[in-house]
Design a protein around this ligand. Sequence first.
Ligand code: HEC
Length: 397
Amino acid sequence: MDIYLLDWANLLLRWAHVITAIAWIGSSFYFVFLDNSLTAPLAPELRDKGVTGELWAVHGGGFYHPQKYLVAPKQMPAHLHWFYWESYSTWLTGFALFTVLYLFNAGSFLIDKSVHDWSADAAIAASLGFLVVCWFVYDTICRTFGQKKHGDLIVGLGVLVFVVFASWLACQLFAGRAAFLLVGAMLATTMSANVFVWIIPGQRKVVAQLEAGQPVDPVHGWRAKQRSVHNTYFTLPVLVSMLSNHYGWLYSGKHNWIVLVLLMLAGALIRHSFVARHKALVQGRRVPWEHAIVGTLALVGVAFWLAPRPAGIVVAKPLAFGDVKAVVDQRCAMCHNAALQQKGVALHTPELVKQHAQAVFQQVVVLKLMPLNNATQISDEERALIKRWFEAGAPLD
Ligand code: HEC
C-alpha cells in the first residue's frame, strides 16, 4: 500500500513538474525570442515614451505589439506582471519528486554498491550538497569574473569546467541513473536560484528606485540579463539530463560521465543556434546553424559509441525455458515475487514470467533498466538469453 501511494505521489508530482517546467521554459524561450527579435520603434511617439524596441506578432486570433523600455518606463504602471512562480513551482515540484523517488528509496535508487559503497544517509547528504555547492561555485564565478574584460568568455569556460567536473564526480559516487538526474537537478537549482536571489530582487530594487524618484542603478538590469542568458543555455542540458536517466544504456557504461557531458554540450550548442537565429532573422543575416550541427554530430557520435556490439560467435545452446527461469530466479525474483512486487510486477512462477515477457524484454534487453542498478549482477550472456527467448515467442518449454 505504501508503495502504491508513493507511486501516486510520483505520478502527480511528475505531472505537475512537467506542467510547471513547460510554463517556465516556455516563457523563458518566449522572452529570449522577443528580446532578440525587437526592432527600433517606428512611431516617434513610442520613441518619446522611451521605448527602445518593438515587435508585431499575430497569435491565436489577435495582433500583439509588445514594446521594450531599456531601463524602465518614465512612470510605473498600476499593474505589473511578475514572472517567477513558473520558476519556483518547477523547482518545488522537482525537488519533491526527487525526494519521493530518490531520497525515500536512497538504498536502491541513489546507491549502486558497485560504483560507491556507502550509507543511505551519506548519499542523501551528498546529493543535497551537490545542489547547494553548485549554486555557490557558479555564483562566485559570475560575481568574480562577470564584469571583467572578456567576462562572458571566462564565466562560460569556468562554468563549463565546473559542470564537467561535477558530472564526473556524480558518476563516481551515485548510481548512473541518479548521477544523470542529479547533475540536471543541480543546474536547474542554479537556474531557479538565479531568479530567486538576483533577478527578482534586482527588479524589485529597480521598481523601488523608480517609485522613489531616484536614479536607477543599471547593475540590476545588467545582472538580470547575464543570469537569464545563462538560464537559457542551461535549459536544453537540464532537460536532456532529466530525460536521459530513463535510458539504461546511456548511464550504465563505464564512461557514463562523458556521455552525460556530450549530451549536455549538444543541448547548449543547439540552443545557441536558436538564440542567435532570432537576431539573425531580424538583421537579415545568415543563421549560424554550425553550432547546432556540431551539437547534432556529438549526438550521432554518442549513438555510434554506445551502439550494441554483436556478440562474438556464440555456440547457441538449444533454447530451454529452464535456463531463462533460472536467470529470472537468480537476478529478478528478489524484487519481483509474491511478497514484494516492484511496480506491480511479480516473476516467481513460469506463467508470470511469460505474462510479463514483453516488459521483461523491454526492461532487461532494450533499456537495460533491470535489474535495478544491476544489483543482482546479470551478465551480457544472460541478457542475450532473454533476448533469444523473447524473440522465439517466449516459449514455456
Ligand atoms: C533490486 C531490486 C530489483 C531487481 C533485482 C529487479 N528489479 Fe525490476 N524493478 C525494481 C523496481 C524498484 C522497479 C520500479 C522502477 C521504477 O519505478 O522506475 C522495477 C520495475 C520493473 C518492471 C516494470 C517497469 C515499468 O516501468 O513498468 C519490470 C518489467 C521489471 N522491473 C523487470 C525486472 C526483471 C526482468 C528483473 C531481472 C532481470 C528485475 N526487474 C530485477 C526493482 C528490481
